[in-house]
Design a protein. Structure first.
Length: 277
């Protein structure tokens, strides 16, 4: 990984290290809808959680030499089950804002279908856009999502491109009205790829957005739509599916574990980056 190497010494003389990368995301990019405009990410090179406190303190000193604005963040990805490092993250001001969760490609239990589920086409752009924006707005209260002034235009452009290439996007309809969206993709985790730094090797389904209209929530629509998406993604040769959800989200934190998703990586984050302690 390219970046700036940080080192710190422990009381017993042991040294720990990490690599800090720095990225600025272009205005009007989709990344800015779920990320700060400027991000410092540290990859700890430690054999476990020992030394995390010292390494985060060194990270803080590294930021003191940077020009850090308001639309910024510090981020650390860490294995979700290694909870011993959590105390150090919390003490330094980071919070578990997102979780990368995975689900193996096992069949869903059979559900009674009360909906019409179909692939979205370019003719459905405005419907897909409105459902996507509804999820974006809700997530902005409980996660890393940012509803920027150009959000609708950025989303419209990205979704139009996806629909034109027949990406795996499904709509659930009730009485001819679209009430839910599942926007997905297929990602290959191959040696040397970015996906391979987070996922086991293989062909994976990515669940980018599931959105159910507020008045239709709690009636099983999301579960039915997701079961269909899982089935179709398996037919595309995926070994499983993955997604990001926000632990502070009172809907996602319950819904996704019930669908068989288990945390793999926790994304610890603090905004602005200057708030790192």
């Amino acid at each position: 990984m390219d970046g700036h190497v940080l080192t710190a010494a422990l009381a017993d003389g042991t040294r720990v290290a990490g690599v800090v990368s720095h990225q600025r995301f272009e205005p009007h990019s989709t990344t800015r809808l779920w990320s700060a405009a400027e991000v410092w990410e540290m990859v700890p090179l430690v054999g476990g959680s020992q030394g995390m406190d010292a390494l985060l303190a060194r990270f803080r000193r590294h930021l003191d030499a940077q020009d850090v604005g308001e639309d910024t963040a510090c981020v650390v990805h860490w294995p979700s089950r290694d909870v011993q490092a959590a105390r150090a993250f919390l003490d330094h001001g980071l919070v578990p804002l997102s979780v990368l969760a995975v689900r193996l490609g096992t069949p869903d239990r059979q559900l009674s279908r009360t909906l019409t589920i179909r692939r979205a086409t370019s003719n459905d752009l405005e419907t897909v856009l409105q459902l996507s924006l509804a999820e974006l707005e809700f997530s902005s209260y409980v996660g890393s999502t940012v509803v920027r002034p150009d959000a609708a235009a950025v989303k419209r452009r990205a979704l139009a491109e996806r629909l034109e290439t027949a990406s795996p996007i499904w709509l659930a309809e009730r009485d001819g009205i679209a009430v839910a969206l599942a926007e997905c993709a297929v990602v290959s985790s191959e040696p040397g790829s970015m996906a391979a730094t987070r996922l086991p090797l293989g062909r994976w389904g990515y669940v980018n957005c599931v959105s159910v209209l507020p008045g239709a929530r709690g009636s099983g629509i999301g579960q039915q739509l997701l079961a269909h998406a899982h089935q179709e993604l398996r037919r595309m040769g995926t070994v499983g599916t993955y997604l990001y959800y926000n632990p502070p989200n009172p809907l996602s934190s319950v819904f996704w574990p019930r669908q068989g998703y288990r945390p793999l990586w926790t994304v610890w984050e603090v905004r602005p980056a200057s708030a790192l302690r």
